[in-house]
Design a protein around this ligand. Structure first.
Ligand code: MLT
Length: 404
């Protein structure tokens, strides 16, 4: 008789953004006349830049001709894209990463969920608190997290590293020693950024303890401060302890197109086994390659025109971030993030839980945000707003909140 993977039954509720979507849809159904402004999930709103559209059209035309038609893509990615990434995202910054250490995928969400598969189920994970829920939920599905405490909203076998205003929302080294460490900078959800020296401490710690860091750099394009690291490979020794995840969603608006990549350096070994080979085996077996037309669109992002056009689009969202940050500060809110990231992290008003604040904003201002507690217990009194709306909606949302 078939049995289900009962780790799935341990998962409390539904995926955070599905829960929010259901609540918002119910409100909209009951109040069809209200204009809702969605600053909840970090989904982009601006169209793909012209150079990407033209690359997509060109690639579609190639598919119409038997001479240039492409079938299955190479499982680890086309060389033209892997080369462009290695050159522009790494070698140009002085990071020693080669094209064959880059694995093309359909996005950082899938990679951040799948990467745990190549590690033993006995490994102990450490996560920031608050944290992007995918890291924890996928480890729950794998049976790596122990039992859930609904009161504390924590898992018994997960090491939580609180990220609070006191530590500038960057975690301190944990007391218990983890095997896998998830870090995300610029951070989702707090919008905080880590300094290079603090990131170097993590790299040194991982090399000393034999832990592996899974470094999610999905929001790297939003870094404004010159002294902040764009990649963990800017730190000495990261090639022997870190995997890095990247997305085209937030820098080039590919949320609906789907493209990302993961870097696994060849020196990175666990118990004498190279993780590069394991991830290649997993990718080759379970993934059939990102579509040719999407990889050509990704390549266009690295052209001179592509770089200029995405820079302009990122500046548009960064301007929204500044508007939210300054607008909420002026309205008396305690806010952070938004400088090196498209997320603004604000304290819910005194006496309100974060879900109460969610309902209050939805009903009184018709603005959707994300309750901080959905990202972990340390998010309980916080709330996240995204800068990925249109400028007009962003301005209107802040005006509505200021008037409350
Ligand atoms: C978020 O809102 O946290 C992100 O958009 C979710 C994602 O990238 O999967």
């Amino acid at each position: 008789m078939a049995k289900v993977n009962d780790n799935y039954l341990k998962l409390p509720g539904s995926y955070l953004f599905s829960t929010i979507g259901k609540k918002v849809n119910a409100y909209v159904a009951a109040n069809p006349d209200k204009k809702i402004i969605r600053l909840g999930i970090g989904d982009v709103t601006q169209p793909l830049v012209p150079v990407v559209i033209s690359a997509l059209h060109g690639a579609v035309d190639e598919m119409a001709d038997a001479a240039s038609f492409r079938g299955y893509a190479p499982d680890l990615g086309y060389d033209f894209l892997r080369d462009a990434i290695a050159r522009c995202d790494y070698q140009a910054r002085g990071c020693e990463i080669s094209a064959d250490e880059i694995f093309i995928s359909d996005g950082a969400k899938c990679d951040s969920g799948n990467i745990q598969e190549i590690f033993s189920v006995d490994n102990k994970i450490a996560v920031c608190d608050p944290v992007y829920p995918v890291y924890v939920d996928t480890n729950v599905m794998a049976g790596r997290t122990g039992t859930y405490d609904p009161e504390k909203e924590t898992w018994s076998d997960v090491i939580y590293m609180p990220c609070t205003a006191e530590n500038d929302f960057a975690p301190m080294l944990p007391e218990k020693t983890p095997d896998l460490i998830y870090l995300c900078f610029p951070n989702n959800p707090t919008g905080a950024m880590i300094t290079k020296s603090r990131l170097q401490e993590w790299v040194d710690y991982a090399n000393k303890t034999g832990a592996v860091i899974i470094y999610d750099a999905a929001y790297e394009a939003y870094i404004s401060e010159a002294d902040k690291p764009h990649s963990i490979y800017e730190c000495e020794g990261a090639r022997t302890c870190a995997i890095e995840l990247h997305s085209f969603s937030k820098n080039a608006g590919f949320t609906g197109v789907r493209l990302g990549y993961t870097v696994v350096p060849k020196e990175l070994q666990v118990g004498g086994v190279a993780l590069h080979g394991l991830w290649a085996r997993r990718h080759g077996t379970k993934y059939n390659g990102t579509p040719y037309i999407v990889q050509r669109a990704g390549e266009a992002v690295y052209s001179e025109a592509g770089q200029a056009q995405i820079k302009e689009q990122i500046a548009y969202y960064k301007n929204n971030a500044t508007y939210i940050l300054e607008g909420l500060k002026a309205a008396g809110y305690n806010v952070s993030g938004g400088v090196n990231a498209p997320y603004i992290w604000l304290k819910a008003p005194e006496g309100m839980t974060t879900w109460e604040f969610f309902a209050y904003l939805l009903e009184k201002a018709n603005v959707v945000g994300t309750p901080g507690s959905g990202f972990g217990p340390s998010g309980e009194t916080y709330f996240r707003l995204t800068a990925f709306g249109s400028y007009e909606n962003t301005v209107e949302a802040i005006e509505r909140i200021r008037k409350l």
